[in-house]
Design a protein around this ligand. Structure first.
Ligand code: C2E
Ligand code: MG
Ligand code: MG
Ligand code: MG
Length: 289
């Protein structure tokens, strides 16, 4: 009977895992290791104040430097990290690295430089997020007003009541908040008014169409006007041409970010970029906007 039982057991073995499942499984194990082995890098992309044309902020964008696969972009592992419960730990590492780096740069003369860090909607759901952030700030020595947290429009609009409380708590700490990819999710404008936010980032998809599609130009203008009305700063994402930049300057968009100025860069490359793009006189001034 024992033998038979064993045979029966074999009969119920699950079907072989598909290739996709195997790959995912391998990725999952690799990502866990990456966090332990400190394989995550933070790249920095400059954000330009359109009036003064100075760098005011950098956006921190995570990369995974895999020993054999090379540099992996966030789109290829953030969703997995969210799915398998690693995003909080990953996000904390990014925040810690970014705050430490910016404090170092400020001390070295990049006075007034601030940093924006993307938050996953799942991180935003954590009750203790303000505590985590305040600890990271304390440990890095960076002042809270130099940290901006980017949350996507869709994340902000989920569970609005709780989000407002969380955002208020973060604001009280002195941290800034921006709504990322604005225009792609769907915001209720009345909620937008209630959110204690500082700025809107116009999604790249509208910027690329400014000179091709009159509807895109109209949407960009409407968002700029909306931001001004609500006394928010407005940043254009994905600025790739001089023509787009000129348009944004003429329409009083406060800040611009995109390949026209610089791609996301590892810290050493950003330092070189900064030296080439900032005059000595600028370095002496603190960028107060
Ligand atoms: P995002 O926050 O909207 O970041 C902007 C993305 O647009 C970046 O892609 C950037 O490299 C790209 N970009 C910037 N300027 C241009 C341009 O002129 N043209 C084009 N074609 N693209 C431009 P990246 O670095 O691949 O990041 C993709 C997304 O991954 C980010 O979108 C953000 O949602 C997410 N992400 C990145 N880092 C983190 C992180 O640390 N935590 C979380 N939760 N998400 C992150
Ligand atoms: Mg962003
Ligand atoms: Mg964005
Ligand atoms: Mg975007």
């Amino acid at each position: 009977a024992k033998k038979q039982g064993r045979n029966n057991y074999q009969y119920y073995l699950p079907p072989e895992k598909t290739e996709a499942q195997m790959e995912r499984f391998a990725m999952e194990a690799m990502l866990r290791k990456a966090l332990e082995k400190d394989e995550l890098l933070v790249y920095y992309q400059p954000r330009i104040h359109t009036k003064s044309e100075k760098v005011v902020c950098v956006e921190a964008l995570v990369r995974w430097r895999h020993p054999s696969l090379g540099i992996i972009p966030p789109g290829d592992f953030i969703p997995l990290a969210e799915e398998i419960g690693l995003i909080a730990q990953l996000g904390e590492q990014v925040l810690r690295k970014a705050c430490k780096q910016i404090k170092k740069w400020q001390d070295e003369g990049m006075k007034g430089l601030s940093v924006s860090v993307n938050l996953s909607p799942l991180q935003f759901k954590e009750q203790h997020l303000p505590g985590i952030i305040s600890r990271i700030l304390r440990q890095s020595g960076m002042r809270p007003e130099f940290l901006e947290l980017e949350i996507t429009e869709s994340a902000a609009m989920q569970n609005v009541g709780r989000n407002i409380l969380m955002l208020r708590e973060l604001k009280e700490m002195g941290v800034k908040i921006s709504i990322d990819d604005f225009g792609t999710g769907y915001s209720s404008l009345s909620y937008l008014k209630k959110f204690p936010i500082d700025s809107l980032k116009v999604d790249r998809s509208f910027i690329s169409g400014i000179h091709q599609d009159p509807d895109d130009a109209a949407i960009v203008n409407a968002i700029i006007v909306l931001a001004k009305t609500l006394k928010l700063r407005v940043t254009a994402e994905g600025v790739e041409t001089e023509q787009q930049y000129l348009y944004l300057q003429q329409h009083h968009c406060d800040e611009a970010q995109g390949y026209l100025f610089g791609k996301p860069m590892p810290p050493e490359t950003f330092e070189e970029w900064y030296m080439l793009n900032t005059t000595e006189k600028d370095l002496m001034l603190s960028h107060d906007f």
